[in-house]
Design a protein around this ligand. Sequence first.
Ligand code: AMP
Length: 504
Amino acid sequence: MSNKDKDSDVILGIDLGTTNSLVSVYQETNPKLIINRRGLRMTPSVVSLKNKNEILVGELARNQTVVNWEMTAATIKRQMGTSEMFKLGERQFTAVELSGIILRKLKQDAEAFLGHEVKQAVITVPAFFNDNQRLATKRAGELAGLTVLKLLNEPTAAALAYGSARGGEGNLMVVDLGGGTLDITLLEYKDNLFRVKGVGGSTQLGGVDFDRILVQWLADGFKEACGVDLLADPIGHQQLLIQCEKLKIDLSTVTETKITIPYISVTEKGPLHLNESVTREKFEYLIKDQIQTLQGLINDTFVSSGLPKEWVQSVILVGGATRVPLVEKTIRGLLPEEVVFKRDLNPDEVVALGAGVLAGILAGDITDMEFLDVTSHNLGVENHKKEFIKLIPSGTPYPCEKTKLFSTTEEKQTEVTIHVLQNGEREGDEGVVSLGDFHLKNVQPLPAGDPNIDVTFSIDKHGLLNVSAVDLDSGETEEIIITDNIVSNAPESTERRGTELTIV
Ligand code: AMP
């Protein structure tokens, strides 16, 4: 029995990617990808301001990255949950707002495809996204006019897609190397239940780093040969970046290719052209540090989860950058020979398909599949010695709740500050991050150490944190829902502007 009473109850499964976004819906017995109004499944996650009232999203915006780079924003997801502003011409936008515009476009295209309005969605997020980044994603969905029923971890989505498509139990490793990030997840699929057993990765490793390395190498060579710094010219730099991504993609299928950019620079002596042959071997040499980092992070994930490599039965590769042959070869080299590499679903599409499976579960169309996600950071509070006291360790399945008893450190202390902290253990994390603080007032004025203050951390189905404190003697209670304080401090007008712009 489906819970969908009317068309508008349909739930979209959205993969809001760093480079590209995809949308699916669960129809009959399968998740299906939506074709956008340009006839494509992938919509580039790029936004370009056209004029005061109009904004371009997707393919049209991506076409502006060279000629109109100062009005165009890409890789927006990397700034989610931060205070960094994107400057498009005279205007400033937050990552939330730009993501909201991309989601609005995806919603419009889905509505055109389905022929009716859609109001609800599941949106995927990297497993390592912290509270701020998750909340920013949820807010972007709301700005687009969507009720976000669940934020789903991307590797879990990939596993759901394989679970629904292929059935069968087993121990899986999902390696998701996208445009900007690496996400490693160890999952067990048993009795129709996916259970996450370990997570790892980096927020600073992805396909764009391979592009950047190629750009640097070619620019260095060009400077040496012609004396011109291509990176000093924004247009030349953009052109080089676009062509280097193509070069990298070509080198996944051929062992040697050419990069040609005519008129890349004009000097007093006339125009200069870039013409270079690049071998796969050279590319693999250039990215050797990144590959070493990948190896280290996979090994770390096994160590931190306490599972041996022999535990893995199959590997799911997700994200465009896993198509680099050396990436797959490296992962194979780390695991026992009998491990099966599942590659029959398109790595670009598998996350969106998994989001569609969850949409099917939430709508009641699938009843024989469940999953448990886990936290990706340690969560806790700061004590009076400025030490991190862990309440919820990383790897804890959620929804969950944990309470710990605290007390005062001074005589007749009547107010206690609860400072909520997050501590990441993976590469690219900034160590201990403050998520916010609040004050519990009217604590019983007792000798130091006498009051009994219960602090409770609870995590909801989205992975969002709520912290409360209660003085057990006086009954005084205070709580905070950890909000994205940075984003909510953004000027009001900024957020309004995003919804006023017409997508063309
Ligand atoms: P995603 O975020 O999953 O869309 O991954 C995007 C990244 O994958 C970008 O850096 C792309 O350049 C890269 N990518 C896509 N296809 C290929 C390919 N065939 N070979 C190498 N990298 C690719």
